[in-house]
Design a protein around this ligand. Sequence first.
Ligand code: SAM
Length: 268
Amino acid sequence: MTDQQAEWAAKGIDVTRPSIARAYDVVLNGRDNFEVDRAFVAEVVKVVPELYDVATYNRQVLGRGVRYLAAQGVRQFLDLGSGLPTVENTHQAAQAVAPDARVVYVDVDPIVRAHGLGLLAENDRTTLVTADIREPEKVLADPEVTALIDLDRPVAVMMIGILHHLADADDPQGLVGRYLDAVPSGSHLFVTHFCDAGPEAREAEQKFLALLGSGRFRTAEEITAYFDGLDLVEPGVVPLPLWRPDGPVADDLTVGHRLMYGGIARKP
Ligand code: SAM
């Protein structure tokens, strides 16, 4: 065990199995990960060599989506399953457009708060809460959440790269509905999600489920159903590189391009 692993193990962090947050950190070329996380990623890369690109597409669309929402006047962002801090985090994208934007990050993994609070030290409009998003009523009543988010005003409910880590038994669609029920008209839902984009996706799903314990690659129809009852913003639910790209996109989409779908919708 390295010194860093020993330090984390002493904080109660399981360093013997890959974690979602640290594996994602691997594919974003971060430094907060261990051999066990890198070994897991290496297994999936055997099936989807473009996996690192997929993570980049996800971060890029996060930035584009948050800037879009801020430009629409959204000033409150609830980033559920926010992950370890990386480049252009939600508060940086939102506050670049609207300095008064408020952002609450929520992640179940304590490592996220341990590493994220430093980044937020001088930002009184952003905070980070350790909680399980499968308990929406608890999350929404958390004093750190209510200190920044006024549930009587529109909120961007962000579920970026997180719903696919919930099992079917967790009823992810019902969960989305519980968050949307708690926010007023003019709120938005922003989702990105692993997609069943072909045989490679199904093989990747097997690896995720066997080695990480989560990772459902749902169909485009299933992902679109999360937005039922909302007004989808153009271009709808699409492969991430096609969601309001900043520049031209290749005509022939690869498996990596199609491995995640996403979209934004407004609550009428
Ligand atoms: N949203 C970020 C992004 O897309 O760049 C990070 C996505 S990362 C793949 C998923 C994050 O969700 C991880 O940090 C993990 O710890 C967190 N997570 C998984 N299950 C969760 C749960 N039930 N409640 C809260 N966070 C969860």
